[in-house]
Design a protein around this ligand. Structure first.
Ligand SMILES: NC(=O)c1ccc[n+]([C@@H]2O[C@H](COP(=O)([O-])OP(=O)(O)OC[C@H]3O[C@@H](n4cnc5c(N)ncnc54)[C@H](OP(=O)(O)O)[C@@H]3O)[C@@H](O)[C@H]2O)c1
Length: 294
């Protein structure tokens, strides 16, 4: 039985990837900071996975020593370990680039056969964004390392649309830009299939999005519809977004770093080759049915 290390196993995508690997007969070692998280459902309905992982190891991307030998006896490393929410005194460079680089060095020292890494779609259009730069620095290291690898480049996840849903639930939504740009967001379960296929394939890079293409306005209007509310959306001009980001950069750098990704995404179309079977409207209905969802 092949053994895979899943780094970022407690996150939105990581849990679906853990599930998919185990369903296809792999033995999974989950790398997490907090093992208790694996036992609970995540905020966007991502499943608990404590009962399906074979091993749990704890480690923190900012602590090199904690990652030593996490790849021992592993055939494949899958990493979606990344900074998606502001963390005090922690940068994308530390997690997305250097944390993953430490993992790669450990993988190389233990003769791991393949490394699969999740970056972002349209990275070349967003190279002014810290998190995108950090992802791409790691991609460069990975592709120069001699390790067999696949880089997955997905569009936005349904978990990001979950944030829109929460705002719609509050009755009012602020949206950056005019919302006419397009996106095909992807469900974690659909993306996990692509990620595990990559473990069995030979592609160097895979760009991928969900089955349906929407404008950002449509993704939000749909959330209001599912909640039975009249859409109330205030569009914020991009220049105000830029100014807010500039000021936030002085006051709260970690927040500005994460915000800058949202600002960049709001400027462009994010439509990648379509795949999967899961639809955003159904996801919203599941969130709506979930009592107590924020
Ligand atoms: N969300 C999107 O729309 C989107 C789109 C394209 C690409 N991506 C990329 O895909 C990856 C996964 O995204 P996601 O939405 O699944 O993110 P997520 O839910 O925030 O999961 C991120 C994972 O990384 C772990 N992590 C964060 N800081 C860490 C640290 N210091 N040490 C060890 N682990 C750490 C988290 O652990 P904890 O549970 O302990 O926090 C979590 O398991 C990210 O790299 C993201 O940039 C995301």
């Amino acid at each position: 039985m092949k053994k895979v290390l899943v780094a970022g196993a407690s996150g939105y995508l990581g849990r679906y990837v853990v599930r998919e690997f185990t369903e296809r007969g792999y033995s999974v070692r989950a790398l997490v900071r907090n093992p208790e998280k694996l036992a609970k459902e995540g905020p966007n309905l991502e499943p608990p996975v404590a009962d399906v992982v074979d091993e749990v190891v704890t480690g923190d991307a900012t602590d090199k020593a904690s990652l030593k030998d996490v790849c021992k006896d592993v055939d494949i490393v899958f990493s979606c370990m990344g900074l998606t929410k502001p963390q005090r005194d922690v940068t994308s460079e530390q997690i997305d680039h250097l944390g993953n680089k430490t993992l790669l060095e450990d993988a190389l020292s233990h003769d791991v056969k393949k490394f699969i890494y999740v970056s972002v779609f349209n990275a070349e259009k967003m190279m002014d964004v810290d998190v995108v730069q950090a992802h791409e620095r790691f991609v460069q290291d990975l592709q120069a390392s001699g390790m067999s690898s696949t880089v997955i480049r997905p569009t936005g996840f349904f978990s990001d649309m979950g944030m829109f849903f929460s705002m719609a639930r509050s009755g009012h939504m602020f949206m950056l830009g005019d919302g006419t740009n397009h996106v095909n967001p992807i469900h974690g379960a659909d993306l996990a299939k692509v990620c595990v296929d990559a473990a069995e394939g030979s592609e160097r890079e895979i760009c991928v999005g969900g089955p349906d293409i929407y404008t950002f306005n449509e993704t939000v209007t749909m959330a209001f519809e599912v909640l039975g509310k009249n859409p109330w959306i205030t569009h914020i001009p991009m220049w105000i977004g830029d100014a807010t980001l500039f000021i936030t950069g002085f006051l709260n750098k970690p927040l500005a770093s994460v915000m800058s990704f949202a600002v960049s995404v709001s400027r462009i179309d994010n439509v990648a080759p379509t795949t999967g079977t899961k639809h955003l409207r159904d996801f919203y209905h599941e969130l709506a049915a979930k009592k107590g969802h924020r």
